[in-house]
Design a protein around this ligand. Structure first.
Ligand SMILES: Cc1cc2ncn([C@H]3O[C@H](COP(=O)(O)O)[C@@H](O)[C@H]3O)c2cc1C
Ligand SMILES: O=C(O)c1cccnc1
Length: 348
């Protein structure tokens, strides 16, 4: 599906379903709103799915895998070759996110959207890695749109297969550099405020990373009002693909869970392209990366957990599934005030 077409079919979340869901929570024999954000999460999902009969039986984790040309500037501790190795490990479920997913009955879908070599990972490759953004734009505008459309297509495919919720993850050495560049431009914040150590860097390495991001932004002058311009000049295929998953989820009526720093940057890009996407994106945790909290605040999303995680791959997104499952079990099974012959609390 084309980007324009997807944007055109995004509807606001279903108010009736949300009100019915809220009424059910308020009828359950417990203090009002005492499961806090867990209740809000189920209400949000009801609005997205368009029914108060929330069902999260089938869950997917999409991991967009891609390389970043800017790695040749020494902004990471490990080399680009790690992207392909870790991405192929996803196929054997041999990664932190995959093990967490398997523990929770979540199916994993890694996608090679731009790894720099051919891999065994199912391919929707746009190119063999992006260009080095310090020297030239990371990708063309057409490539950025194509990568977004890969994500849109993926969300629709998963909906078609019966999945009820999608967790987002990524694998791409160098993608905290691109994420910081996008954050700095879209949030209009100094590079040093939104840049951290990523998968690990010395103090000197962090200084170099900040300089490289500053130089890349100065060279290309991405237009803050045009998120696709920003994505194509200083972004990556993984982030573009995930932005597409957020847009596709909104268009298909399926909730999409943000993971940490990189995934939330992708959600921010998607929301800047179409603000209605925010209603379909669910926060999970607060990344320990420098801009983790800042980004969540900027997209107006409240996380369920704070575990000081900063791993990526979708680990944080998958970590909230057991919480949502427990909330949903209470929502479905718990008896009401009326059944217990207790006078209901009145909403204030
Ligand atoms: C072995 C390994 C496994 C990973 N799994 C996720 N990441 C995480 O680290 C990368 C971003 O950090 P940076 O921008 O510093 O490269 C991403 O691939 C992210 O998913 C990993 C990183 C490594 C090294
Ligand atoms: O929060 C994240 O997503 C993250 C942070 C550092 C490295 N990789 C991922």
């Amino acid at each position: 599906m084309k980007l324009e077409e997807a944007l055109n079919i995004i509807k606001p979340a279903d108010e009736t379903a949300m009100n019915q869901c809220r009424a059910r929570w308020d009828s359950i024999a417990k203090p009002l709103h005492s499961l806090g954000r867990l209740e809000d999460g189920i209400v949000q999902i009801a609005g997205i799915a368009g029914t108060h009969e929330v069902n999260l039986d089938k869950k997917a984790l999409v991991i967009m895998c891609a390389d970043n040309g800017v790695v040749e500037e020494g902004v990471t501790q490990s080399g680009s070759e790690i992207t392909a190795i870790v991405s192929e490990n996803f196929l054997e479920l041999n990664s932190c996110a995959c093990i967490m997913a398997r523990t929770n009955g979540v199916d994993v879908f890694p996608i090679d959207i731009g790894i720099m070599r051919d891999t065994r990972v199912p391919s929707k490759k746009i190119a063999y890695g992006t260009k080095n953004m310090r020297r030239e734009p990371a990708m063309t505008r057409d490539e950025a749109v194509l990568a977004i459309e890969v994500g849109i297509e993926t969300a629709f495919e998963l909906k078609e297969k019966g999945y009820r919720i999608i967790a987002t993850g990524e694998m791409g050495i160098g993608n905290t550099t691109t994420s910081s560049a996008i954050s700095s431009v879209l949030l209009d914040l100094p590079v040093e405020t939104v840049t951290g150590k990523g998968a690990g860097l010395s103090k000197k390495g962090l200084e170099r990373k900040i300089t490289v991001i500053r130089e890349s932004i100065a060279r290309h002058q991405p237009d803050r009002e045009d998120p696709i311009d920003v994505l194509s000049k200083v972004g990556g295929f993984d982030i573009a693909g995930l932005a597409g998953v957020f847009i596709g989820g909104a268009a298909a009526g399926i909730p999409v869970v943000m993971d940490g720093f990189i995934s939330t940057v992708a959600a921010l890009v998607a929301m800047r392209i179409e603000p209605k996407v925010a209603e379909y994106a669910i926060a999970s945790h607060v990344s320990n990366e420098a801009a983790g909290r800042l980004l969540l605040d900027s997209v107006g999303a409240k996380p369920f957990i704070t575990c000081e995680m900063c791993l990526g791959e979708g680990t944080g997104a998958v970590a909230v599934f057991p919480l949502l499952d427990m909330a949903l079990a209470v929502y479905r099974q718990m008896s009401t005030f009326e059944q217990n012959d207790i006078e209901a609390y009145k909403p204030l």
